[in-house]
Each structure stands twice: as C-alpha cells, then as structure tokens.
Write a protein that binds this ligand. Structure first.
Ligand SMILES: Cc1cc2nc3c(=O)[nH]c(=O)nc-3n(C[C@H](O)[C@H](O)[C@H](O)COP(=O)(O)OP(=O)(O)OC[C@H]3O[C@@H](n4cnc5c(N)ncnc54)[C@H](O)[C@@H]3O)c2cc1C
Length: 578
C-alpha cells in the first residue's frame, strides 16, 4: 500500500478550488490510501480536532456550485480572479458594517466597537472563518486590514463628537484619547512601506498595541469588549494553538514541570493543612537577662496532638502572630517525644539575635497566644540506637536538639534503666558488623558563655541526677554523663554557682573543652556490654553536634582523628544556618 504523502506547502484544503493543481503524488496517495495531511495535525489548526470532514465537503461543493451557477461569480472567474463566493459575502458584510450610520454618536461608538470586533475576528491565523468558508489566512488578512483602515471613520466621528484630545477630565475621556492614539500608531506601523521592511518589529508592536487596545477598550466602555468577546476568544485559541505547535518540546518539558508543580502544590496544601491547626502557647519563660525564651506549646485539638508526631532532634517552622503574622522561622524542638506523648506539650527555646529582631520580639508573647507549626522536619544522619555510645555536643542555643535527644533517653531509661533503647535492641543486634551495638552511655557536652540559661533544662538534669544516684555501684546500668563548659563566666564559682541548678554543680567547668581529650575518653570508656562479651571486638560511637561552625569542625575533626577500625566514630552535624 502506498504511503500517505506529507506535504510541506500550504494545506490542500486551505487552497481555493481554482488554485488547486492536482499533483500526481497527491492523487496517488489519495486514491491508494489515507488523504494527504500536513505534519501539524490538519489544515484547520485547533479546529481540525473537530469532526468537520463532512461539513468541509459540503462547503466546498456549495462554493463550487455557487461559482458555476451565478453569473457574477462566473464572470469574475473568467476575468482571472480567484475569488470565492464567500469572499464576496465577506466584502458585503464589511460594507454593511460601514453603512450602519444614523448620524448620531451612539451609532458611531457602537460602530467603532463592531469594527474592532470584526478586526479581531479576522485576525487569527487558524481561523474559524477558514473552516466555515474555505478562505485561508493570507486572503482573510486582507479583510482584517480593510476593516482596520475603515475603522478610522467611525472612531474619528465618535472622537470629534466627544472633544477628542481637548478633554482629559475623566477616565472615559482619557482612555478614549489613549485608544485613538494607540489605534493611529497601529495603523501607521501597519502601512505597507513600514510593515514590509520591518515585519518582525511591526508584528511584535502590532500584537502588543492590540493587547493595549483591548485593555483600554475595556476601561473605556463595556460595549467594546462585549462586542469583541467572541472574536477575542477565537484569537486566544489561535495564539494558544500556535504556541503549542511552536513549543512542542517546551510542552513536553512543561508536562514534567506540571508534575513537579502538582507535587509542589500538594506539598503546600499539606503544609497549609498541617500548619493551620490551632495551637496555643501554654507557657513562656525568659532567662539569661531576657536573651532567650522558652515557649511551651499545646495543640488545641486531640486529633492534631496525636497526628503531630516528631522524633528527637527534629525542628519545626513556627509562626507566632504576636511577633509577626507572616514570618516563619525554623526552631528545634527541645522537648522529648516521650514527654509530649504524656503531657501533649512541645517546647522551643529561642535565642534573641538582637534588639527588635523576630527572635527578640518573641519575648513579648503571653500564655494563651496562638502559634502555628509547620513540620516536623529534619532527619538525623546517624542512627545512634545502633551505637554503643552517644556524644551530644551543643554550642550555645545549639543545645536544643541535643536536649530533646537527651530527655528522650532519660524518659526511656526511667522506664528501663538497663536498656533504655530496649525496643531498638532487636534492630541493633541484627547489625552483624557491630554485634555489641546497643546504646549504653550518653555524654552531653554543652559549651556556653554564661551560666544563666542552664536553668531552662533543670528538670532533665534533676532526672539524670536521680538516675545516676540509683545506678551508683551498678555498672550494668545505663550511664549518663554531663559536662557544661562556661567560656565567658569569670570570677569565683561561689559568686554564681548558687544560681545554677544543684543537679549540675559537679558537671560545670570554666573554660573551653579539649575535644581531642573528650573523644579519647569516649573511645577508652569501658562499657558493661563490652565487659560482658569477649566476642565483641567493635564499638560504634555516634556524635551529634550543633552550634557555631568552629565548634562543629573542632568536634568533627577530633572524632575523625580518634576513629579506628575497632572504634568507629560517626558524626552528624546540625546547622542552624540555612
Ligand atoms: C534547623 C534549624 C533549627 C534552628 N533551631 C533553633 C533553635 O532551637 N533556637 C534558636 O534560637 N534558633 C534556632 N535556629 C535559628 C533561628 O531560625 C534563627 O536564629 C532565627 O530565624 C533568627 O531570626 P531573626 O529574624 O530573629 O534574626 P536575624 O538576625 O534576622 O537572622 C539571623 C540568622 O537566622 C537565619 N534566619 C533568619 N530568618 C530566618 C528565616 N525566616 N528562616 C530561616 N532562617 C532564618 C539567617 O541565617 C540569619 O542570618 C534554627 C535554625 C535552623 C535552620
């Protein structure tokens, strides 16, 4: 079977009958197989997708019989014109529009609007007029031009009746004057000497000025757009179709982007749903000479409270309307998931970044104020449940995610003092590389300038104190160690120690930590599980660190230097800088 021939020239169906010269290839293809088609989905642009074949056949036969049957058309045909009967009708329509003059301003203005509509109606390259009449674009555009030139008559008459360019008093006058100027500019730029020499420039300005006329027309009088509405919709279809055809590659990319956009929309919708749950600030504490604030937050409804599950070390974006209705800031959750499960309260600790800043205005919040939470976010890159030891190192406010983790372990140890991570032991033991992998010791190291904010975490330190007292002499129990380094607190400890929670008195040191010594001590720590098992050659030490960049790199460097094949350090850095 012969293959259909694909034509690159003007589509066959768009040529008038008089223009068609039967080409042998086309005839063969039509006889032997499917009709010739263009590569771009049919000769009528977007309208090719409609079931118009039989209508087109009927239209062509009407055109042919009219031409044959009518003296006028026969005469024009023999004179060598290639005018279709419908073109005569279009000419008559244009003339009719021109003739609707009653000598009054109302008819001038209405007539201007009708002309504008006609101009737009005849502008599309993929025109419904082509479908209806068989007259193709390059012929239709002549009518577009005639209508546009003729429009000067009703527009000028309408303008002269309404103080054109002499009255700028109200918006109707201003937009009317602007419309006339825009129209004259389009008209001038469309004159053949300019249009033919600078077609690209003409085309771009033509489209832009036409769009300006639509806007000005809408502002000038509703009739303008009312009359042109259908024509503008058809023009929009034409532009959209041309864009689609010209950007097929872009379109496929857009499909991919559309999927991404849908996912993004789902993300936003999800965040909106999650964040617009009503939560209330149930407690506010300021410490450190008002340099830091603790917020205790509770969701108002039970469903959210149960569904808003977080893991220790995660953070949430928070919006506190009293400080700012539109600002969202990432803040680590400092409470433990186990505690939140019990009391329904989530805590945040926020350090003021300076007078007037959002983090400073937070101090003005009152219990009962509303707060919105988006999250939880953040994933810890080390699974410390598989490790033997955990080092939590926090610098300044970087202690918050560490306190969440520490408090969680405290809560678990209170429930099971031998294996706080009891529920995770099965997992850890399945890890054959590290047969002794179950957490037995945690060491919190907090480096801060002054002692004033230690009190925020008094409750956790007290509970650790109680666990340590209970474990005294029993080496098989879980070990908690706390070291607090005060780098800027000078003077005798006796002057300020009374202000610090007693549970940490023995853990406080003045000065900077020596990270290499701390890591070496952790490496050499002998744990109950190691003592008990002679077949346990390895141990893994997880290190979580958060704070200033210098502190994080010092901790990471020391841990890496201490790491050996037998004792492996794994570090997770948490940064507060996005
Ligand atoms: C994952 C994470 C957890 C954090 N946890 C805590 C915490 O528990 N406690 C705490 O006090 N601080 C925390 N921060 C830092 C806190 O977000 C900023 O200190 C706070 O946003 C400062 O805002 P500001 O306008 O008061 O100060 P600014 O002086 O305006 O900002 C100081 C710095 O904070 C960052 N920042 C400011 N505004 C935003 C914002 N809207 N979104 C993201 N970053 C911003 C910028 O890096 C900026 O340079 C955390 C940051 C991150 C990324």
């Amino acid at each position: 079977m012969a293959k259909p021939v694909e034509l690159e020239g003007p589509p066959m169906a768009q040529r008038s009958a008089a223009q068609v010269v039967p080409a042998p290839e086309v005839a063969t293809a039509t006889a032997a197989g499917p009709p010739a088609t263009t590569k771009r989905g049919g000769p009528y642009g977007p309208y090719s997708m409609l079931p118009i074949e039989s209508f087109v056949d009927w239209r062509d036969s009407c055109n042919a019989s009219l031409r044959d049957a009518t003296w006028l058309f026969r005469t024009i045909g023999t004179c060598g014109f290639t005018v279709l009967p419908v073109e005569i009708l279009l000419t008559a329509l244009t003339a009719f529009v021109l003739l609707i003059y009653g000598g009054s301003d109302i008819t001038y203005s209405l007539n201007s609007a009708i002309f504008l509509g006609l101009v737009f109606f005849l502008a599309p390259r993929n025109s419904i007029v082509t479908v209806a009449t068989g007259v193709s674009f390059e012929r239709l555009i002549k009518y577009h031009q005639w209508a546009a030139y003729l429009m000067v008559i009703p527009m000028t008459l309408h303008g002269l009746d309404n103080d054109l360019f002499t009255d700028w008093s109200d918006s109707t006058q201003i937009t009317g004057n602007a419309l006339y100027i825009t129209y004259l500019t389009i008209l001038t730029l469309s004159l053949p000497p300019i249009r033919r020499r600078l077609f690209e420039g003409f085309y771009v300005t033509h489209v832009m000025l036409a769009a300006a006329m639509v806007v000005l027309g809408a502002l000038h009088a509703g009739t303008v757009i009312g009359v042109s509405a259908v024509a503008l919709v058809l023009l929009a279809i034409d532009f959209a179709w041309r864009w689609v055809i010209a950007h097929q590659l872009v379109l496929s990319k857009m499909c991919v982007s559309a999927v991404a956009l849908v996912l993004l929309a789902i993300n936003f919708a999800w965040r909106w749903v999650i964040t617009h749950q009503a939560a209330t600030i149930v407690g506010v504490r300021c410490m450190g000479g008002n340099s830091a604030t603790e917020l205790s937050v509770s969701f108002n409804n039970d469903v959210t409270r149960k569904s808003w599950r977080y893991e220790s070390g995660q953070y949430s974006w928070i919006c506190v309307p009293r400080a700012s209705s539109w600002q969202w800031h990432p803040i680590s959750i400092s409470s433990a998931p186990a505690e939140t499960l019990k009391n329904g309260v989530i805590t945040f600790h926020i350090l003021s970044m300076g007078k007037g800043k959002w983090s400073d205005r937070i101090q003005q919040v009152q219990p009962g104020d509303s707060i919105r939470l988006s999250g939880p976010h953040g994933v810890c890159s080390v699974t410390y449940e598989h490790a033997s030891q955990l080092v939590l190192a926090g610098g300044g406010i970087g202690i918050t995610p560490m306190m969440s983790t520490l408090s969680q372990l405290v809560a678990l140890a209170e429930a099971n003092p031998v294996k706080p991570c009891g529920q995770l032991v099965a997992l850890a033991e399945a890890d054959s590389d590290y047969p002794c992998g179950q957490l037995r010791r945690v060491h919190l190291i907090w480096v801060l300038r002054e002692w004033q904010t230690i009190g925020f975490f008094e409750d956790t330190f007290q509970r650790i104190q109680r666990l340590r007292t209970a474990a005294a002499g029993n080496k098989d129990l879980f070990e908690f160690a706390v070291s607090i380094y005060l780098t800027k607190t000078s003077g005798a400890a006796a002057d300020w120690l009374g202000e610090v929670p007693p549970s940490v008195h023995s853990d406080i040191k003045q000065g900077r930590p020596k990270w290499s010594d701390i890591m070496a001590d952790e490496k050499n720590a002998t744990l109950p599980v190691l003592r008990a098992s002679s077949t346990a050659p390895h141990k893994r030490i997880s290190v979580l660190v958060c704070g200033p960049a210098l502190l994080m790199s010092a901790v990471t460097g020391s841990a890496e230097r201490c790491s050996t094949k037998v004792v492996r350090f794994q570090v997770h850095q948490e940064s507060f800088l996005l």
